[in-house]
Design a protein around this ligand. Structure first.
Ligand SMILES: Nc1ncnc2c1ncn2[C@@H]1O[C@H](COP(=O)(O)OP(=O)(O)OP(=O)(O)O)[C@@H](O)[C@H]1O
Ligand SMILES: [Mg+2]
Length: 399
């Protein structure tokens, strides 16, 4: 058995009463250098000093009595980051675990998922240690940039634009770009990116005032091909009611503290959540088809934003061509809106094809005209050729 040593930068410990499961978790984590304990008591008695360690708790620790001990442990030893592995995830266990200070709860994870969770928590410990040394809060300039993608008419291609913009930015700046699905009832970003649906924006909202960067990171899922961090919409439409404008505002604020770019996909509604997002956004990407009804709604949307005193400099216009011949000419649209289109996305079967494969079109068909349009849109935020100064990569440690 290897104890968690003071001199290691951070160690990994497994706690589980069942010997087979304990061994299984240690194997998943690669065994070497992993300390294994049959109980929390055993772990506590071997912990020395204030060394950072990630503690992976097995399913036997999900009982209320055990989680009370975990809470005490997490409070008394801030250099410990706790991950809980359960067989099935229930809202009760998730809430109890979060209250106890557990940073991530995983249901029967595979090797890669467990390694990522440990890496994220380890990274958050490093960040927490670093933030203890740097007392000054980040200046406004250091905060991430928020881009909301909105359409005044449903089905215009908003989520396709949001997902592909976010993935393109993430490929330029891996680990520092987030995509938030704020289409609270029918958000489909997680499906589009084939992301695991373990946690969602509803869990981040449920954390209330306790939401901080490590907790939010543990609720996000990484899109491995691009390094994008995704915060999915609630798993059921009914949970949408539990996420209010104030919750979304808090979530974005926390995201801004550790991400350079936050892309937000929105529902096609002017409700309090969307308005709060517009208020917080540095840019608003308006998406519309080029048929008359879409343009009529777009005009109303732009007028509403002007009434809300949104500066014109905040607006970007993305037009998506339909395959009908009955669409307005680009110059007529621009004249009607008194706005120039930043990007026109062609209509192309590569989009529905990529959606069916759950692969963003910029990855699935990188040379298509559609992908080139998304690259051009991303250039407005992070120029492709320019060497980019990154704030920090969140997931630098690989398990
Ligand atoms: N450039 C394009 N070429 C062809 N089809 C497209 C293009 N952009 C979007 N679509 C199609 O339009 C449909 C709607 O796209 P998307 O889900 O992005 O729209 P939305 O505005 O987010 O819709 P909702 O209001 O349901 O959230 C999709 O089925 C997609 O295949
Ligand atoms: Mg959508």
């Amino acid at each position: 058995m290897t104890a968690v040593k003071e001199e290691t930068a951070f160690g990994v410990a497994v706690v589980e009463a069942d010997p087979e499961r304990r061994q299984g978790l240690a194997c998943q984590l690669g065994e070497v250098g992993i300390a294994v304990f049959p109980s929390l008591h055993g772990l506590q008695s071997e912990l020395v000093g204030s060394a950072s360690a990630v503690v992976v708790l097995g399913p036997s620790c999900a009982l209320r009595s055990e989680l009370e001990q975990v809470e005490w442990l997490a409070r008394s030893r801030p250099a410990l980051g706790v991950v809980l592995v359960v067989e099935e995830l229930s809202t009760t266990v998730l809430q109890q675990a979060m209250r106890a200070g557990v940073k991530d709860v995983l249901a029967s994870p595979d090797r890669a998922q467990l390694a990522w969770a440990v890496a994220r928590v380890a990274d958050s410990l490093t960040l927490a240690t670093a933030s203890q040394l740097v007392l000054a809060p980040p200046s406004n300039e250091a905060l991430g940039r928020v881009v909301s993608v909105f359409s005044a008419k449903g089905g215009s291609g908003t989520s396709v634009v949001a997902a592909n913009l976010a993935v393109t930015l993430a490929r330029r700046l891996p680990g520092t770009v987030a995509l938030v699905d704020a289409d609270l009832q029918f958000g489909d970003v997680a499906v589009m990116l084939e992301s695991r649906l373990e946690h969602s924006i509803a869990d981040a909202a449920a954390a209330g005032e306790r939401l901080d960067a490590p907790l939010l990171q543990s609720l996000m899922v990484r899109h491995d091909p691009s390094g994008l961090l995704v915060l999915p919409a609630p798993i059921e439409p009914a949970l949408a009611e539990k996420v209010g404008a104030e919750d979304v505002r808090r979530i974005i604020e926390v995201l801004r503290s550790f991400c350079d770019h936050i892309v937000v996909d929105t529902a096609s509604r002017f409700d309090d959540v969307t308005l709060a997002l517009f208020d917080q956004s540095d840019e608003i990407v308006m998406v519309s088809g080029m048929e008359v009804p879409g343009i009529k709604n777009l005009k109303l949307g732009v007028q509403t934003l002007r009434l809300l005193d949104t500066p014109a400099s905040k607006l970007k216009l993305v037009l998506v061509r339909s395959n009908t011949k009955v669409q307005m000419e680009l110059r007529d649209i621009e004249r009607a809106l008194a706005l120039k289109a930043d990007v026109v996305v062609p209509n192309d079967a590569v989009v529905p094809e990529s959606l069916n494969k759950c692969v963003p079109v910029v990855i699935d068909a990188p040379r298509s005209a559609v992908s080139r349009a998304f690259e051009a849109l991303a250039d407005a935020f992070v120029p492709a050729a320019e060497p980019v100064k990154r704030r920090r990569a969140i997931f630098s440690w690989r398990g």
